[in-house]
Write a protein that binds this ligand. Sequence first.
Ligand code: RFL
Ligand code: PHB
Length: 400
Amino acid sequence: MSLPTRTQVAIIGAGPSGLLLGQLLHQAGIDNVILEQRSADYVLGRVRAGVLEQVSVDLLDEAGVGARMHREGLVHHGIELMFSGERHRIDLAALTGGKSVMVYGQTEVTRDLMDARREHGAPIVYEAEDVALHGFDGHAPTVTFRKDGVEHTLACDHIAGCDGFHGVARASVPVGAIRQFERVYPFGWLGILADVPPVSDELIYANHARGFALCSMRSASRVRLYVQCSLQDKVEDWSDERFWAELKSRLDPATAERLPTGPSFEKSIAPLRSFVAEPMRFGRLYLAGDAAHIVPPTGAKGLNLAAADVRYLSRALIEHYADKSDAGLDDYSRKALRRIWKAERFSWWMTSLMHRFPAGPGDTGEVGHRMQTAELDYLVHSQAAMTSLAENYVGLPFEE
Ligand code: RFL
Ligand code: PHB
């Protein structure tokens, strides 16, 4: 296969950020090449997010890849918070003037974007090794990589770093040019997928003395479930029996009683982290998605933030080529970061409210637990507090 040697935008990473950016640019007639270090199957095998904000749904529609999502996705108008052994519904739609979220797995979003790219015949190089970025502080950046043992150089106008938290793009920026803010939480999430029906029509977020739990889903017959676990835990420590028993112990008795169980077919542990890199633009390199920021998954914001960055960046690049204006590119980092920090704040707040913090530095002990319970009790009885939760959960508006 002969690979392109020049493009307008070189995109590093074929996760949701890179694929969505590629699709929006392609639609606008802007040439782009995606370089991904893994295989397509590996990328599709990663189980991650499940909740899309309305604005992410709208962007996928705009990108022309929303048809299956509307057929198979589940529209949710509320969520449930469980604490002190009781469930309380937060009516997202009533509190936000009719807004909702869409439950549709990141894997499916990725598959739809990959299918669209294949249909258009737009170039994507999987298993690109040793991807390296050059000259992005000047006018003629290049990206070098190796494919099937052959070295390649891709010349471009711009580079989009959509290569996730461990990618090469952010790591290529000189240390003095970037500031990084990070908090690592003292626990993780153990997640499973199982082909059993959800116990409830809506997601249940549980605060329990034994730790946080979340009952989510992928369809009417597939669940995605999480329990807070220790960072020392290994997946092998958690048999299915142990998982189901632990989850049940963290739910109210009536829900635990009705919980459908069955064998899991995926099980993984994710650490929880808040992270932001500033700025998100370095000359002709732009960071988007997890390459620039990480949120703990409690607020369901990671994938949505990635989509929001891509929305700002694609519009800025389109303006650059169509109107010969760099106003959008010049403002990209400021605009994106303003919204990102709000989602960071919300995700940090929900994480702090719902988890049990183990003994150690930062542990607030019994006082902290009483404060959580008081805040949750206040929350579910205050229209103002519930409205604040709801408007953040469905997604904050964009700055145009
Ligand atoms: P991704 O999805 O990490 O994709 C980045 C892509 O870049 C590739 N790559 C490289 N390619 C070329 N050269 C290199 N040197 C490269 N280095 C990396 C990678 O192989 C990959 O294909 O980032 P993107 O596109 O920004 O998308 C962001 C979302 O994936 C992410 O925000 C969410 O999945 C976060 N997240 C969750 N978010 C939620 O809203 N709810 C969740 O339940 C949830 N669970 C999770 C998660 C993230 C996890 N990670 C990152 C470990 C669970 C996990 C385990
Ligand atoms: C998921 O379905 O994977 C999911 C849902 C809500 C969250 C996090 C993860 O807050």
